[in-house]
Design a protein around this ligand. Structure first.
Ligand code: MEV
Length: 309
């Protein structure tokens, strides 16, 4: 018998990763094709069943600390036990690719436990519980992942607050995976270290990344692919300066531009993980995807934002 279920989806950051940690705005999009589902069933003990591990929650490996944190915190919050249950996760999201897998799993757990308890959580309550798991996963998360994995539309995020964005045209985005894991916490720490060594240039790059994110709000509203593409290109160069790109990411970004993308950049924590490329049109998204596969992408996904008219 299923006692509770919860669901969330992947996210991709269009503009503003890393700089968002320092309080500048960022733009993120839901990737609804890639979902995570969590199911709670009766069991003897307190069990976790996932692709990585199956067994008692207390013996789970340390990379499942966010799962334990989300489960424990939500159960305590809504007043239900974690004993007598198996928590099973099923996720189409690749792990450690900058697509929000840790936040999506946490969100699905929070929702499944709330469902079990028959409780409807407020948006701030739900967010705080997801963030608890995110802190276990990577230290000082800005909260953008936790917001976007439950968002229905692209969002503008700044200092914990977020607004859904109007997108005035149908825009196709292609996400391509280098096949190499990224490490968001290490990448965030490396930017912090760079900022200590070279505060002036690092802060200038952070400010410029924030301006590119802010400027894209207008491009999205008007559906201006050329302008948006230029901002994506500019952001990738700044992220290179911050040291969070990699040769594999740079290769895929160049391949996207060579295949006619108005602009492409790394997405998420970087140092591995994925790129995001704006397709020149919906009709040419397939061609762009194939070019990225030929350039070495391990996997490619397409997501459409904005009006479908
Ligand atoms: C990770 O998706 C985005 C980063 O900006 C980290 C964060 O905001 O917590 C790299």
């Amino acid at each position: 018998a299923v006692l509770g279920t919860g669901r969330a989806h992947a996210k991709a950051i269009l503009l503003g990763e890393h700089s968002v940690v320092y309080g500048t705005p960022a733009i993120a999009v839901p990737v609804s094709a890639l979902t995570t589902t969590v199911t709670l069933r009766p069991a003897a003990g307190s069990l976790i069943s996932s692709a990585l591990y199956r067994g008692p929650s207390s013996d789970a490996p340390s990379r499942l600390a966010p799962v334990q944190a989300a489960w424990r915190a939500t159960a305590a919050h809504v007043g239900v036990p974690t004993e007598g249950l198996e928590l099973a996760t099923e996720s189409a999201l690749p792990i450690a690719r900058g697509l929000g897998s840790s936040a999506a799993i946490a969100a699905a757990i929070v929702r499944a436990v709330a469902d079990l308890a028959g409780v409807t959580l407020s948006v701030p309550e739900e967010h705080e519980l997801i963030q608890e798991a995110e802190r276990a996963a990577h230290g000082t998360p800005s909260g953008i992942d936790a917001r976007t994995v439950v968002a229905e539309a692209p969002i503008r995020f700044e200092l914990g607050a977020f607004q859904p964005l109007r997108v005035g045209a149908s825009l196709t985005l292609v996400i391509a995976d280098t096949g190499r894991p990224g490490a968001t916490s290490a990448a965030v720490a490396s930017v912090r270290a760079l900022r200590e060594r070279t505060p002036r240039t690092t802060d200038a790059a952070i400010a410029r990344l924030g301006e590119l994110a802010e400027g894209s709000v207008t491009d999205l509203a008007t559906g201006d692919r050329a302008e948006l593409g230029l901002r994506l290109r500019g952001a990738h160069e700044l992220l290179q300066e911050l040291g969070v790109s990699s040769p594999e990411l740079d290769t895929l970004v160049q391949a996207a531009h060579a295949a006619g993308s108005p602009g492409a950049k790394l997405t998420g924590g970087g140092q591995g993980g994925c790129i995001i490329a704006l397709a020149p049109s919906a009709a040419r998204a397939g061609q762009l995807s194939r070019a990225l596969e030929e350039a070495g992408a391990a996997q490619v996904w397409t997501t459409v934002i904005g009006e479908t008219a």
